[in-house]
Design a protein around this ligand. Structure first.
Ligand code: 13P
Ligand code: SF4
Length: 319
């Protein structure tokens, strides 16, 4: 533990020396979330992470999350150095939607507006007309519906299905999925609800439809956190990555939280959901990347300029 404290002290000192800020997602290790809070950085959902990076006057952003979050920070702040503890921290939605294949898919429907989830590469965003996150997807698709637009959606099929149900819009959908949320199981959730009949069910919309159907609240990580604080209920079953429990417990210390079961017995936290890519961020590689000022997120300038159009459209809409 003395060793851990030494690392934390070193990270704090390096952040200060480099005028750097930590931008962390709710799914990363508790110690990193705590460090971001203590040093004037942010712990947030993907939408707030993007906004924070763009508005910060830091010279350097250290993104503790997955690759698309680092890329988004760099696209919005090309003048800043953007570091990540491990550039291999990816996302199954990003991996499962290669830009060349997605471009061919879109080319089949030239009269459609292309809406992509933020969990995609810069190259995919460069093909898109709009970027959305789970925090604003419903509003943006409703807006496009009101304008009579026909829509191509990618890549998360469950989020796409939920948006279709909520808005009544039929979209041409790419069939990607999140390997973490896709593991939540209908029957296991039903059983847990029977054990805790007063618990309200909070679900991230990357989960399968038969899990989303059981939810009292569906939304982004930020929406789920707000629900726990604002609802009068005392018990909650939470279907999203267990990393969020750090913040949830902190914001609502008197509430009882249960992680929704995944049905798999092999995960590190005994059948609960945790993103293996988010877990690639740790104190050790965070300290190392600050010491070395590497690895840095770099994006081809032509791609960045194109992707910025769809990304900025989203941020302007959400303002
Ligand atoms: P949020 O935008 O809700 O933070 O989701 C990002 C993500 O990767 C969820 O798996
Ligand atoms: Fe991607 Fe799922 Fe991990 Fe989020 S939890 S980063 S959607 S793989």
């Amino acid at each position: 533990n003395a060793q851990k404290q030494e690392l934390i002290d070193e990270i704090k000192q390096l952040l200060k020396a480099n005028n750097a800020k930590l931008v962390a997602h709710y799914y990363v290790d508790d110690a990193l979330q705590q460090l971001a809070e203590e040093t004037g950085g942010i712990v947030a959902d993907s939408l707030e992470m993007a906004n924070f990076g763009a508005q910060s006057d830091a010279d350097m952003l250290v993104v503790c999350g997955v690759r698309f979050m680092g890329e988004t920070a760099k696209m919005l702040s090309p003048e800043k150095t953007v570091l990540m503890p491990d550039l291999n921290a990816n996302c199954s939605l990003d991996v499962g939607c290669p830009a060349d294949e997605f471009a061919k898919f879109c080319a089949q429907y030239p009269d459609h507006t292309v809406v992509v989830y933020a969990n995609t590469s810069a190259e995919v965003k460069a093909i898109a007309d709009w970027v959305v996150t789970s925090g604003n997807a419903l509003q943006i698709v409703s807006h496009l519906k009101a304008q009579g637009e026909k829509i191509i959606w990618g890549p998360d099929r469950h989020l796409g299905h939920w948006i279709e149900q909520q808005t009544g819009v039929e979209m041409i959908r790419w069939q990607g999925h999140c390997i973490v949320h896709d593991e939540f199981k209908k029957f296991e959730l039903q059983r847990l609800r029977e054990e805790h009949p007063h618990a309200k069910v909070l679900v991230h919309p990357e989960s399968p439809a038969d899990v989303v159907e059981q939810a009292d609240v569906v939304g982004s990580t930020k929406v789920l956190l707000n629900a726990v604080q604002e609802m009068d209920d005392n018990e909650f079953i939470v279907a999203t990555d267990y990393g969020i429990f750090y913040k949830m417990q902190q914001l609502a210390p008197n509430k009882q939280l249960y992680i929704a079961p995944t049905g798999s017995k092999t995960d590190s936290c005994n059948s609960c959901a945790h993103c293996p890519w988010m877990a690639m961020n740790g104190l050790q590689n965070l300290a190392e990347c600050l010491r070395n000022k590497a690895p840095q997120v770099e994006i081809d300038e032509t791609v960045r300029k194109k992707a910025l159009v769809s990304l900025q459209r989203m941020l302007d809409f959400s303002r």
